[in-house]
Write a protein that binds this ligand. Sequence first.
Ligand code: CP
Length: 330
Amino acid sequence: SSNLVSVTQISTSGLLLLFETAQSMRTLVRTVGGDSRLRHRVLASVFYEASTRTSCSFQAAMMRLGGTFLHVDGGAGGNTSASKKGESLEDTIRCLECYADVTVLRHPTTGSVQRVALGGGTVKPVINAGDGVGEHPTQALLDVFTIWDELGLSLDIEHGDSKNETKHAGQLVVVMLGDLKHGRTVHSLAKLLARSSIKHELVLRYCTPKTLEMPSHVKEYVDQFPNAKQEEYSDIREAVQGANVLYVTRVQKERFEDIKHYEDVKGAYVVDGTLMSCAPPGMIVMHPLPRVDEIHTEVDADPRACYFREMENGMFVRMALLSLVLLGSP
Ligand code: CP
């Protein structure tokens, strides 16, 4: 199937093909801006939750490849869709795929995108742009692409000749900081890193306030992979020692049923110049964005801060994904 609802669908060979294509998309954009391989193709961009990066990068990706898009605001802003009249999500997507070739869907209900893609009577590809606290697979794709790109692991890791193999001593240490309970980006990222840890050992260090720990279903999934280890930390200064990546997340205020619980944990952690001064010189800092106050703006000028480059990579990876989903080859 051409649906993408979970990173558990992604094979290593698929990942390599996608990343090779994303690299060529980056060159294409930086040299001539794009091409027309998706001419006359239409993307339905359907967002029932707020988005800047995911919606706009998918739309820009489509346009840079000569295609176009139609955007449906299902509630993020004004709710102009027929769901306001009581239409089911399945019927709305069946309607849109009469006009479009692929649907990108974000919805607040965990599992809803899977439900529509796999059992909703749809016949065209559906891509999960975030389903509640479930998954955000395209974010994980751009995150792993960024990690490989920034650390110089790149595609060579698969061929066993990474130029940084000595530097990384065959180990990739990723600290995940913040709201790991509600953060769908870290759920997808932990799983995808575990799936792609073939030539190296993966160490995932979870550093969270007590009530925001990584869900057990994610830990159990990661546990299946012999090269993946999971550790818990409470002190961020300890967690970053020897780390290659610090992946920061926002406390997801909108997911709390009781605002008092949010007030208890907000501001519980911060990445600032002081933390960066005791972090390894080669450790990159990532964040899916948007941020609130968990990374001070003083960190932005640090060359290790790569969250804006990560955001830019989102368009290249989504150009590659749309090209592969709609044309079947780079
Ligand atoms: N990272 C991410 O999903 O950002 P948006 O909510 O802006 O799409």
